[in-house]
Design a protein around this ligand. Structure first.
Ligand code: URA
Length: 237
């Protein structure tokens, strides 16, 4: 890869900025100052530094975010409405990040942001049957018969009957329930629509996990961190 492209792709600056940096002598390859912006570097084996800082090339990034309510998981956003990728700082915001599985604007919790399209496809593909777990609070108490309906597959409307899903009621009191829902599909508003079909309303929804990946509860709403190598390997398996 050309040296100027590598530096620009890694967020050091625009192609023009990095060319200036290179000609100013700030960039070294394998310990030697390089002034040729077009120099071909081996992204695996060459050591590139800029201003003394190592610049490692990464084609793909995978972030775990605790999406807050009021933020869209993707799209252009309406005026005044933020998109999850807008919360990513300049450590990663030069990557073209998209969510691997959306969350509604009023939903919270685990959102994976990545620039790896194949990875996104694998995570959201219904054929892969990757389980996603949601914590929900409902208006209207969920009952044992709702658990059974989820297990059998809730008929949401004429066009959509959900696949068998797991509903685990944690608490039902005073007309309100708290529960965990596990689904392996990802239709629009799916959990809310399944609950609605049972005559109750979701008032709060937070995604806790995708496959074996659990939301890091140390992440405040809006915070993010890269997936560890182990987390990524588990998801790719
Ligand atoms: N199901 C929903 O209804 N909303 C979400 O945000 C995720 C799953």
């Amino acid at each position: 890869m050309r040296l100027d492209r590598l530096l620009a792709n890694m967020g050091i600056g625009s192609r023009r900025d990095v060319k200036k940096l290179i000609t100013s002598g700030a960039v070294k390859v394998n310990g030697r100052t390089v002034k040729d912006a077009g120099l071909e570097v081996n992204t695996e084996s060459d050591e590139v530094t800029c201003g003394g800082e190592s610049v490692k090339y990464r084609q793909f990034v995978y972030l775990m975010m605790n999406k807050p309510a009021g933020v869209l998981s993707c799209g252009d956003g309406a005026p005044g409405v933020k998109v999850a990728a807008d919360l990513v700082g300049d450590d990663y915001n030069f990557y073209d990040l998209s969510p691997a599985g959306r969350l509604d604007v009023d939903s919270e919790g685990l959102l994976i942001l990545t620039n790896d399209g194949d990875f996104i496809h694998n995570i959201i593909s219904p054929n892969k049957k990757i389980g996603k777990v949601y914590f929900i609070r409902t208006e209207g108490e969920l009952s044992g018969s709702d658990v059974e309906r989820f297990r059998e597959g809730v008929r949401v409307d004429d066009e959509f009957t959900a696949k068998s899903a797991k509903l685990e009621v944690l608490k039902s009191i005073g007309g309100v329930s708290e529960a965990l829902v596990t689904i392996s599909e990802g239709k629009y508003h799916q959990v809310k629509r399944m609950v609605k079909a049972c005559g109750k309303t979701v008032t709060y929804l937070k995604r806790l996990s995708i496959g074996g990946l659990r939301l890091d509860e140390g992440l405040a709403p809006g915070a993010y961190r890269p997936l560890t190598d182990g987390e990524l390997a588990d998801l790719k398996r």
